[in-house]
Structures are given as structure tokens and as C-alpha cells.
Design a protein around this ligand. Structure first.
Ligand code: FES
Length: 146
């Protein structure tokens, strides 16, 4: 094989290796920050609430849905009118933060797990464990971490 041919062959191997890694063959199971995944940042209050202000007003949490408070690492949901529950926003699969609550549930941007808004149980994998519960209470129509 001539040097020119060998050089051409090595360049071709490098291109194939770059294409393989670019296709994500080694990224499964590696947690990435939501910003690296292209996921939209979770909505957060315009200013950090004081302890008395709590996380949000009860009216900010939709019935059957919820809201992610990324700065506090908490998701608050209202599965039924007047019932508020909260979970740690850390996904039990590989530690990413869940980033949104949709009609399907609480979703993780890293590998697509979806969790139930009521008990935090995994509805879609790869997560096999529920989101950890966080105690909250309602004070003067505000959601407060207990
Ligand atoms: S970290 Fe993998 S699905 Fe959430």
C-alpha cells in the first residue's frame, strides 16, 4: 500500500469514528444537563421567593398538571382540584433534572422518562423508580415546602 493510500485510509477511519460518536453511540446512560440536551429551561418564578412567599400561588399550579421549580429542585403538581403534591426534581434514572409537566406527566429531558403527576411513579422508562416525594403544605393560598 502506498503512503498516499494509507493516509487516505486513516483519514477515512477517522471520519467514520467521528460519525459514529456524533450519532450518539456512546451517550446512552450518560446524564447531560438540560442545557446540553437542547431542552427548554424550566419555567421559574421571576424572583426567588422568600420562605413566607413559598414556591408559588396555588392558582399557579394547573389541575391535572404541575410546574417545575428548577431553582428549588422541586416539582409541584395538583393531580386533583385542591390536592397539591411535590417531588424532588432529580430523575432517579441518572440524576438529570426533570424539566416540564405535560398532559402525559412529568418528563425528563435526558432519556425520556415520564412520571405520574400524582404519585411520581414512572410511566415511561428508562427510570424504574418513582420521583422522591417532597412534603409541601398550603399557607394562605401559597405552596410552601414543609
Ligand atoms: S436521567 Fe435518564 S431519564 Fe432521567
Amino acid at each position: 500500500m502506498s503512503p498516499l493510500t494509507r493516509r487516505s485510509l486513516l483519514a477515512g477511519v477517522g471520519t467514520v469514528a467521528a460519525m459514529c460518536c456524533g450519532a450518539g453511540c456512546s451517550t446512552y446512560g450518560t446524564p447531560r444537563a438540560p442545557a446540553e440536551t437542547g431542552a427548554a429551561p424550566a419555567p421559574s418564578p421571576s424572583a426567588a421567593p422568600s420562605a413566607e412567599q413559598g414556591l408559588a400561588a396555588t392558582s399557579d399550579i394547573p389541575v391535572g398538571g404541575g410546574r417545575v421549580f428548577a431553582e428549588d429542585g422541586v416539582v409541584v403538581t395538583q393531580p386533583r382540584s385542591g390536592t397539591f403534591v411535590a417531588f424532588d426534581a432529580t430523575c432517579p434514572h441518572a440524576g438529570c433534572l426533570v424539566d416540564q409537566v405535560t398532559a402525559t406527566g412529568i418528563s425528563c429531558p435526558c432519556h425520556g422518562s415520564v412520571f405520574d403527576v400524582d404519585g411520581g411513579a414512572p410511566l415511561e422508562g428508562p427510570a424504574g423508580a418513582p420521583l422522591a416525594a417532597r412534603p409541601v403544605r398550603v399557607e394562605n393560598d401559597r405552596i410552601v415546602l414543609a
